[in-house]
Write a protein of this length. Structure first.
Length: 291
């Protein structure tokens, strides 16, 4: 007796576990109705198809632009009508794998319904040339196995008179093609009109400067004495002024800023030091009363 009890108890647990493992979701009494949008009152449906979770439809359902597709079924768990946590009718494009889920409205007794209009289809599925795969997905948390199976095919047929569906490829982030950009070379010289303006300004300023010197009483007779008293200072100062103009000219035609600035620093230092000595010599002559 003790031996029989020790054998029966494990067998009961094993049977309970097997029964629990065998529980699964499914459906029955599925009715697919295809209705034209502009059908007159009392007109019959275009097509009515019946199937269940064991036997799918073998002929594709033609879904035209003016049609609506309505599915009625009873969701069951272990043969009993019950409301699951999730119940969807999914349309899938077999080539690209794109899917569009349509949730079902399910009552507590398991009666579920879903209706799809042609305008509800995403653009990618509305322009599909091959039949779409329609599958039913039913699942809930718990030990019962979920259900997912293709139940029928949908052949999309558009009205030739309706405007074509516009589809724009979405922006996808990722590696792009290498951009080979050629930068425009720096201009070698300014515009001709700008150069002409400054040339005219320079040649106009020269006679004005000479006239100003004469008006202020410039005396060129002191030039030999100035050169004999401080020849290096006057020579370097005058040469640095000419060199500075040459630096500006080179910058104008070919040099860049990094080539010009060091030379300006050297020439400017020479002009400052020699100019100090040259102006000192001029001041000494003025203090001596020589004008």
């Amino acid at each position: 007796m003790r031996f029989l009890h020790s054998v029966v108890a494990p067998l009961l647990l094993l049977a309970a576990g097997a029964a629990q493992a065998a529980s699964s979701w499914g459906f029955d009494d599925a009715k697919l109705t295809l209705t034209a949008k502009k059908a007159a009152a009392g007109a019959k449906d275009k097509g009515v198809y019946q199937f269940n979770d064991k036997k799918a439809l073998t002929t594709p359902v033609v879904f035209e632009s003016s049609d609506s597709l309505k599915l009625l079924l009873t969701v069951k768990e272990d043969g009993k009508g019950k409301r699951p946590h999730q119940a969807f009718l999914i349309l899938r494009e077999p080539t690209s794998g794109l899917e569009a889920p349509f949730p079902m409205t399910v009552k507590d007794n398991g009666r579920a319904t879903v209706e799809i209009k042609h305008s509800d289809l995403p653009v990618q599925l509305a322009i599909a040339t091959s039949p779409l795969k329609a599958s039913i997905v039913i699942a809930s948390p718990g030990p019962s196995k979920g259900f997912k199976k293709d139940v029928f095919d949908v052949e999309i047929k558009r009205d030739p008179a309706s405007p074509p569906v516009a589809y724009e490829t979405p922006l996808r982030y990722g590696k792009q093609k290498e951009v080979d950009h050629t930068f425009r070379s720096d201009p070698l010289s300014p515009l001709k009109i700008i150069s002409a303006v400054f040339v005219v300004a320079i040649f106009t300023a020269i006679p004005i400067v000479l006239f100003g010197w004469l008006a202020l009483g410039a005396n060129l007779s002191h030039l030999p004495k100035a050169l004999s008293t401080a020849p290096v200072a006057h020579g370097v100062f005058f040469g640095s002024l000419v060199a500075m103009e040459g630096v500006f000219f080179m910058y104008y035609i070919s040099w860049n800023l990094f080539q010009t600035l060091p030379v300006i620093g050297i020439v400017g230092t020479a002009a400052f030091l020699s100019g100090t000595k040259a102006l000192g010599e001029v001041q000494s002559r003025r203090l001596a009363g020589e004008r």
